[in-house]
Design a protein around this ligand. Structure first.
Ligand code: ADP
Ligand code: MG
Ligand code: MG
Length: 210
């Protein structure tokens, strides 16, 4: 037994709650190296996801993530909107129409999401972006899979690695996005998109019962 549409809906619901709870924290992080809007963007985007979920309840995990992708693309704006939109859309495509998502499918979806972010934003590991949360998350998920972990173990590993990855952005100099305009002055601050990514992956693990 893998994860079904109830998990996907719960993931998005917990994501919306976390974006609302961490709104001020994300705004403060973006104030230091950006334009102070990341918390507002993410909160608004996930409120739109919740509205769409209520209007048209999805029947598969893939459909839930596709719905989220569309809402995020149209409502988040800025750099993060198209990046997260692409991530969720690629994950949705990877999951296809399957009703039941096993550990391997989940690891594949996380890889597809990360690859979508990289394809869209062209950031490399160490550029102080959300990729610094997603790439270690994907690696940890693959390791958990190879070690025989189930879907919950894969998500738990991804969430923990993303949190560590977000912390590793602290000393980095930004080379992509708005923060890169600050050059060396971007060092000493945590990347807001890496933090929101870690929160979203934590929501995925919590929704699976971790
Ligand atoms: P904006 O910078 O347009 O105001 P947000 O504040 O919503 O957009 O999002 C900023 C976050 O987007 C950054 O913290 C970073 O994680 C992410 N980001 C920006 N540019 C890129 C990129 N090229 N590749 C990956 N992530 C990026
Ligand atoms: Mg911003
Ligand atoms: Mg902005």
């Amino acid at each position: 037994m893998g994860l079904g549409v109830e998990w996907a809906v719960q993931w998005l619901t917990l994501s919306a709650r976390l974006m609302s709870e961490h709104r001020e924290e994300l705004i403060a992080l973006d104030r230091a190296i950006g334009d102070s809007d990341h918390g507002e963007n993410m909160d608004r985007g996930f409120q739109a996801v919740m509205e769409k979920l209520a209007q048209t309840p999805p029947e598969t995990p893939g459909a839930a993530l596709k719905l989220a992708a569309m809402a995020l693309m149209s409502k988040v704006g800025g750099a993060a909107g198209p990046l997260y939109g692409t991530a969720y859309l690629r994950a949705a495509t990877a999951l296809g129409e399957d009703a039941d998502i096993d550990a391997a499918a989940l690891a594949g979806a996380l890889t597809a999401a990360r690859d979508g972010i990289v394809a869209r934003g062209k950031a490399e590991l160490g550029d102080k972006t959300m990729v610094d949360a997603w790439s270690p998350a994907v690696e940890a998920a693959d390791e958990a899979l190879v070690a025989g972990g189930d879907a919950v173990a894969v998500l738990a590993a991804a969430a923990e690695a993303a949190e560590v990855g977000a912390v590793t952005t602290d000393p980095l100099v930004a080379r992509k996005g708005r923060a890169s305009y600050l050059g060396e002055r971007s060092a000493g601050h945590r990347d807001p998109g890496a933090v929101s990514s870690a929160l979203l992956l934590r929501a995925a693990a919590t929704a699976a019962g971790f």
